[in-house]
Design a protein. Structure first.
Length: 372
């Protein structure tokens, strides 16, 4: 089929999540390189709503004025522009940012196909009143889901939309794939879509060469090559025991530990540029994390890693990925289990063989979906 243009919808607009912007770039790269078509991200940036009660909001504001903050929350960080810089360099986006649903539907008329995914685009507790947008409720182009994720191992009912509405929107998709094996069951049981398949996340689909090319693009900005001996840790929620464990492990290995989510400055804190975050993984000795996409990058760069599960953020996606690659032992429930998980080195020759086979199947899905 002749393509006019392929639209892509996901969480590329994130202002604090490295995985969100990197997976978006990876999916765009794969679609362009595999099909030699014009593809662009629909820059849908929904206006956030605050569902916190007025009393709780008042308490939070009062505590903030008093200089008291939740120790489990990351500090306020001002330089979100590092994520926008990466999007500028590696994403082709619509010329306008869209918040209105009617404008979004109108924009989709410009494409032959619209692909939603990857990331947790079908987790309704995240998308809230915009959950409908991520199920593409419009007529016109072919609708495809690539590696869409529900985030958890069950269907989270929406308080904004009825299940019957989601079922209707799902029935309009020409092809559906999900990022976790449990997603196939959710599609069938809760959304009555029987033909969903399990595919790789875009980062793993694109492969290491793509991320090497990102580092090469930014080489002039990488001041020094990392020594390659650090223990690096990346955790989405602040956790003193996590950082203490990383430091203890580093001390045992006679090296240092570094938090590579953000760093301290004389003015407070700042995010690492995306390329520097990526380089921290590429040049590390060991990676400790609770992040799905950090794991994906550690695997691509053949790093020893341990993932400490975070139930509130969803475990099924971690279990699904590591189970497919025979790395179940690298997922632990407590920092006390990190040391034992590292005892046997990862057999990356075997992991790569499994990844190659999964890439074949995932690319086959995309070819069927985009050539229809």
């Amino acid at each position: 089929m002749m393509h006019s243009k392929v639209g892509i919808l996901n969480f590329q607009h994130s202002t604090h999540n490295y995985g969100a912007v990197l997976q978006a770039a990876a999916l765009e790269y794969v679609i362009k390189s595999e099909f030699n078509v014009v593809a662009e991200h629909i820059d849908f940036r929904p206006v956030p709503i605050n569902e916190t009660s007025q009393l709780r909001q008042l308490v939070v504001r009062t505590l903030k004025k008093l200089g008291i903050r939740n120790p489990k929350k990351r500090p306020e960080i001002a330089n979100e522009e590092v994520f926008e810089q990466f999007r500028h360099d590696f994403l082709n986006r619509t010329t306008i940012s869209i918040a209105d649903k009617i404008v979004f539907a109108k924009q989709c008329e410009n494409y032959s196909h619209v692909v939603v995914g990857s990331d947790q685009v079908w987790r309704t507790s995240y998308t809230k009143q915009n959950a409908d947008v991520f199920f593409l409720p419009f007529n016109g182009p072919k609708k495809i889901a690539y590696a869409a994720s529900f985030g958890v191992d069950l269907w989270e009912e929406s308080k904004y939309f009825k299940d019957s509405e989601f079922i209707k929107w799902m029935s309009d998709f020409s092809c559906v794939s999900v990022r976790e094996s449990v997603g196939v069951e959710i599609c069938s049981k809760n959304l009555r879509y029987k033909d969903a398949v399990h595919v790789l996340d875009p980062t793993l689909l694109a492969g290491r060469a793509f991320f090497d090319s990102i580092l090469e693009f930014y080489t002039p900005k990488l001041e020094t090559k990392e020594a390659g001996q650090q223990v690096v840790f990346y955790k989405l929620d602040v956790d003193r025991s996590f950082s203490d464990t990383a430091s203890a492990l580093a001390s045992k290995l006679e090296t240092t530990a570094e938090n590579f989510y953000y760093r301290s400055t004389h003015n407070g804190h700042e995010y690492f540029p995306v390329y520097e975050w990526l380089n921290k993984i590429q040049s590390s000795k060991i990676v400790l994390t609770d992040s799905y996409h950090c794991i994906c990058l550690a695997i691509l760069f053949h790093k020893e890693f341990v993932c400490v599960s975070n139930a509130s953020r969803g475990i099924s996606r971690l279990e699904s990925l590591l189970g497919k690659l025979g790395l179940e032992h690298r997922l632990v429930s407590s920092v006390e289990d990190i040391q034992s998980a590292l005892e046997t080195p990862i057999d990356y020759e075997n992991v790569d063989m499994k990844l190659d086979a999964l890439r074949v199947e995932s690319k086959r899905f995309l070819h069927v979906a985009l050539e229809a």
